[in-house]
Design a binder for this molecule. Structure first.
Ligand code: TRP
Length: 332
């Protein structure tokens, strides 16, 4: 299978990024039959507020974190979007077959602009650049491209298919179908407000970062919300408790999980025992990651070399798509 996915640099990776995306990447790269292309969507990240003096470091830190988690640059074409200028060129050809109304329907755009700020054209055309990212890595018009993403990105992939069809109708069969590979994981909810999705925009204590030191993880979990209001009856699970269980399920042992589940079912559970157990499981799971991250941050030349190699490989891959597209459009 051809597999393509990108992730935006916007700060350190948190548990939602891991369970919703990166964990899936790591599984997919294991299968030698998969041709994986994973990239850092640094151009996409310019559609959000950002600091130009720290952007490059942020992109590098994301590269480091992904490598430390186990993304294998020998098996995967691992690159930085802005190293491959062809993404912008393809985005332009696609822009020219995109109806304005299709972009106006994008829920992510509507959500991000719901608060009355005047959006940039970049935010508006973000999904077209994403379509270019994906369609670029097709090998022909028949073999689908698979895209591991979270549910929030499905509408963007539907748009990608729509744009591929419009391009093919106008200029001849060029792009195949795109298929999402959805993760089965439920959304991870905020520690302090478990009715909302975990997101660092609500504040750092709402969110577990993969890089958090064990004491930090323990502190955040200590203040995590469990039961609010009147005590729930045995077996009835509040959203906060469900969040703790979902973290334990992902990172703890099956025995621990069974132990606390049984206690919860018969009403004897003590959150003062569950919370440190969840904290320990999480911090231990990412112990090796924290170590590798430190080592890679101390070796920038190695990270540069990996990204340079990725850029070279990606360049080779995009050549045939771009040649076909330019010819079909008639510009060359
Ligand atoms: N929009 C994606 C997100 O926010 C990131 C992304 C950009 C992407 N280009 C992509 C994901 C191409 C998959 C394929 O998560």
């Amino acid at each position: 299978m051809i597999i393509l996915s990108g992730i935006q640099p916007s700060g350190r990776l948190h548990i939602g990024n891991y369970l919703g995306a990166v964990r899936n990447w790591l599984t997919l790269q294991e299968d030698a039959a998969n041709a994986c292309r994973f990239f850092l969507a640094d151009w996409h990240s310019l559609t959000e507020a950002f600091d130009p003096t720290t952007k490059a470091a942020q992109v590098r830190e994301l590269a480091v974190e992904l490598l430390a988690l186990g993304v294998d640059p020998e098996r995967v074409v691992f690159f930085r979007q802005s190293d491959i200028h062809e993404h912008l060129e393809l985005a332009w050809y696609l822009t020219c077959v995109t109806p304005v109304g299709e972009l106006e329907r994008m829920t992510q755009f509507k959500d991000k602009t719901a608060h009355g700020e005047s959006p940039s054209v970049g935010l508006f055309t973000y999904p077209v650049l994403m379509a270019a990212d994906v369609l670029m890595y097709r090998t022909n018009a028949a073999e689908p491209v698979h895209v591991p993403v979270g549910h929030d990105q499905v509408q963007h992939l539907e748009l990608t298919n729509d744009l591929a069809r419009r391009f093919n109708n106008r200029f001849g069969a060029t792009f195949p179908e795109v298929q999402p590979l959805l993760t089965s994981t439920a959304r991870v909810m905020s520690l302090k407000d478990p009715t909302r999705k975990m997101s660092k925009s609500h504040g750092p204590d709402h969110c577990l970062f993969l890089n958090d030191a064990p004491e930090e993880v323990e502190r955040k979990l200590r203040s995590a919300v469990t039961d609010v209001g009147s005590p729930t009856s045995p077996g009835d699970m509040s959203p906060g408790v469900a969040t703790l269980f979902s973290i334990l399920e992902a990172f703890g042992t099956p025995d621990e999980m069974a132990h606390f589940r049984a206690q919860h079912a018969n009403g004897t559970i003590k959150y003062s025992e569950l919370k440190p157990a969840v904290a320990r499981a999480f911090a231990e799971y990412f112990g090796a990651f924290r170590e590798s991250k430190r080592a890679l941050l101390a070796d920038p030349a190695r990270v540069d070399a990996i990204l340079a190699q990725g850029a070279e490989r990606a360049h080779t891959l995009v050549a045939s798509t771009m040649q076909a597209v330019r010819t079909r459009v008639g510009i060359r």
